[in-house]
Each structure stands twice: as C-alpha cells, then as structure tokens.
Design a protein around this ligand. Structure first.
Ligand code: SF4
Ligand code: SF4
Length: 459
C-alpha cells in the first residue's frame, strides 16, 4: 500500500466530476487569497519581512544542530522534558509511553500537521486512548473519518449542508440544519465536554525558540490553550525545522504568518509555552522523520523553511480545482508536491506534473521558497529515474526525436496543419487526446510561425 503510485490526474478527474463543488472550492480559496493580498498591501515593508524571514530560516538550517542543542538545554532548565524521535514510529511510541505513564485515557489534541504526518491518532486509538481533534475543521473531518484536505483549512472541501448532516449523525443536531452559528454552537458544547474530560493535551508547534527553550502555538479558536490548561499533562510535538534562534525573530514570522494564511493582521491566539502548568508536566517531542536527510539535499533544503501558512495552496490554480485529496498526501498543494516526491519519488511521481509552472506559489510564499523552480527540477529527477509511466516516456522520446531534427519538426507541423481540419471529429477528440477532453483545439493556422516570420522579414 505504501508504494501505491499516486495518479494525481486520475484523482483530480474524480474531484472535478462534481462541477459545482469544483467551482465553489476554487472560489472559496480564491477569496482567502484575495483577502491575503489586501492584508499584505497594508504592510509597506512586506518584501523586507519576507527577505528577513527567509534569511533567518536559512541561517537556522545551516546551524540546526547547534540551535537544537541550545533549545534542549534551555527547555530542560525550565523543567520541560525533551524527547528526540528520528522517525514517525518513534514519535508515536514516545507519545504513547508518556500517556501510559500518566494513565491518560482521553486526549484533547489541537491542530498539528506533524501528528497527521506521523499518523498518531490511529496508534493511540489502537491502544484504547480516545483522541479528540479540537480544531473545528479538524473535528469535522475526524467525525467523517477523513484526513484534512488543506493544511490550514482542513474542512474547506466540505459544504455546510454536509457539516449539518455529520453533526446530526454524531452530535444529535436537528436534521437538515445548515445555519453556521447553530452548528458552531453545537460543536462548541460538544468540544467543551471533551476538554473537561481530557487527561492530557497534545499540540503542534508553530515556532520553537532556541534562545528561550519555549514553544509558540498559533490558533484562531483558542482550542490549544484550553486543551492544555485544564489537564496537567501537555505534550507538544515539533518538527525540528520549526526552530528559530531568538525570541526577537518571532515578530518577523507572526507578522507574516496570519496575513499570509488567512488575511488576518494577527492570529487570534499566539500562545507561548515556557514550562508546565503548576503541578503539571510539559513534554516536547522533537521529530526528525526524514528532515535531516532533506536538509542534506540542495534541491530540497529550502522546503524546510516552510511555515505552513497554506498560501501556496490557496493561490495554486491546480490545487484550487483539483482539491487536497487528489494529492493523496498529508501535505498537499505546491509545497506537498515538493516534500512528498522528495521522500518517495516513485509513489508521488505525478505531483510535480500537477503544475502549470505559473510561479504564483513562489510569489506568495512568505519565506521565498522557489517552489516552481523546485518542481521543474524535480521533474528532471523523476524522469531520470524512469518513474514516469511507459506511455509518457514513449511520447517524450518521440517528441525529443522530432524536435532534435528541424526538417522533421517542420514536416510534422505541415502535415498537422493540412490534416487536422480535414479529420473527422471522432478521430481528433477521443480518449487518446486528454487535452481535447475539456476544450476545443485552437483553429489550425494556415502557415507556421517560421513561415510568417520569414515573410515579414522579407517585407
Ligand atoms: S507554479 Fe505550479 S504549483 Fe505553483 S501555483 Fe503555479 S501551478 Fe501551482
Ligand atoms: S511553502 Fe511557503 S506559501 Fe506554502 S505553506 Fe509553506 S510557507 Fe506557506
């Protein structure tokens, strides 16, 4: 199963069958993108902030081992327990062990893409521990037994009518209810009881500060705060790339993150955890899970600068129209199309091709990751490893053969211009012509570009 190859085009075809949903998904994300643009325009030094953020991240990656050591030292001085996990399995085992040692049976978890990456929930559930995702969007997808489809807006693909149905089935709300206020109130009451009953709180981390040994969590719902304030045990799971050197660096990122993610001037709750609650314990699990390996590879190193704002997903014309599930990965969209093939190029060979190379993702990235360039280079890596399907490889070979011979290229063009207008429609628009499935081919010109150019030159 782990090596089932992901066919993005086939998955996208399934998503776009529902034209209404595709249009609405596209518009909803474009709304967020437009809001982000308006927020960005209010900060005149935006480009300087981006540049500074990129430099801080690149500097941290260059000295990662030193900053990790400093972080551990400072955190330990504050009475925080620091754990190291080199793989997802190790991370899950550590979290399970901590929970067992404390006899915890019920966990309130706030949004964490790392725990999604490590597939923590099923592991804990197999050991009889109830895990409740407390972010509203996460809770909706959890009740539907689906993964998140977006890294910031996990339920963006679900309509309010579907949320109403899910809540009716699981929370006992009125049948057919679609009023967002009513549904949110119902979720609030449901989650409150889960918070009250939790033996432990698990959170992700947006930033881990080496200088202070503390971690920072940004949420809009305050669910991380209440989830760790009531129980005595807090476990924070951190990817090692989340490190920043100094507390002063944080301001650069908090100014960028909320504006770029959702167009807000600031995230509603930016919570700092620099020690356990009185009488409690704070455990921080630092997770590698392939990050060191990425850091050693020049092509992928910069992808570790990502602060998971989700803006590249919101702007990407492919993501907006094909939905998060078409990527079959925890992190979808442009950044996912780099990270997933970097780890498993055979399985995710199709993701770098789910891209028009428009460059919009790189334009909006707050840490200036050149995503489009990385995707283009990745295509070379994947083609070089012969991971493309045979049909595509043969087509590329044929195209290369023709394009290397100008006489053959000219002759092919001439033949196409002569034949295409005369061929019956079923011979042009059929299953073999993927391009023609959704659109008409342009009108065949009478002359080639070269002929037109030559003629104009003569005149
Ligand atoms: S360059 Fe590719 S991945 Fe980036 S926004 Fe454009 S289509 Fe999407
Ligand atoms: S790659 Fe850049 S734009 Fe995309 S989620 Fe990461 S930080 Fe945001």
């Amino acid at each position: 199963m782990a090596h089932t190859r992901v066919d993005h085009a086939a998955n996208a075809a399934a998503f776009i069958k529902n034209g209404e949903r595709t249009h609405w998904h596209d518009q909803a994300l474009w709304f967020v993108r437009a809001k982000r643009d308006r927020a960005v325009l209010t900060v005149s030094e935006w480009e300087q902030l981006r540049e500074t953020a990129a430099q801080i991240k690149r500097h941290t990656l260059a000295h990662l081992a030193d900053y990790l050591e400093q972080f551990e030292e400072q955190a330990t001085r504050r009475g925080i327990h620091v754990h190291w996990a080199s793989t997802a399995d190790e991370h899950n085992a550590i979290v399970l062990q901590i929970l067992r040692e404390h006899g915890a049976q019920k966990v309130a978890k706030s949004k964490s893409m790392l725990t999604e990456e490590c597939e923590l929930n099923p592991v804990l559930e197999r050991h009889g521990i109830e895990v409740v995702d407390t972010d509203l969007g996460e809770r909706i997808v959890q009740l539907r037994e689906e993964p998140p489809s977006h890294i910031v807006l996990p339920a963006i693909h679900i309509k309010k009518e579907e949320v109403g149905q899910t809540f009716h089935e699981h929370l006992g709300t009125a049948a057919g209810a679609t009023d967002p206020k009513y549904l949110t109130e119902a979720a609030r009451g449901h989650l409150r009881s889960k918070f009250m009953a939790a033996d432990a709180g698990i959170t992700g981390v947006n930033f881990a500060i080496a200088e202070t040994g503390g971690v920072v969590v940004c949420t809009n719902e305050g669910n991380a705060d209440i989830g760790v304030a009531l129980p005595k045990l807090h476990i924070a799971c951190v990817g090692i790339e989340k490190l920043i050197p100094r507390a002063a660096d944080l301001a650069v990122f908090t100014r960028l993150l909320a504006r770029n993610a959702t167009g807000q001037p600031v995230t509603t709750y930016t919570s700092h955890f620099h020690g356990p609650v009185p009488g409690g314990e704070l455990h921080i699990v630092l997770v590698d899970n392939g990050r060191h390996e990425l850091r050693e590879r020049a092509l992928f190193r910069e992808s570790l600068c990502c602060i998971r704002c989700g803006a590249c997903l919101n702007t990407c014309p492919v993501y907006r129209r094909s939905g998060g599930y078409s990527y079959s990965a925890t992190i979808p969209g442009p950044i996912g199309s780099v990270l997933n093939p970097a780890r498993d190029p055979k399985r995710y060979y199709s993701l770098p091709y789910a891209c028009s190379l428009c460059g919009s993702c790189a334009d909006v990235c707050p840490v200036a990751i050149p995503l489009d360039e990385q995707l283009l280079q990745l295509r070379g890596v994947i083609a070089g490893k012969k991971y493309l399907p045979l049909s595509k490889r043969l087509m590329m070979k044929a195209a290369s053969f023709v394009m290397k011979r100008s006489w053959l290229y000219n002759l092919s063009g001439k033949m196409a211009r002569w034949w295409l207008p005369k061929l019956p429609r079923f011979l042009v628009y059929n299953r073999l012509n993927a391009w023609g499935r959704q659109r008409e081919l342009p009108e065949t010109p009478k002359r080639s570009f070269r002929e037109l150019y030559r003629k104009r030159h003569e005149q």
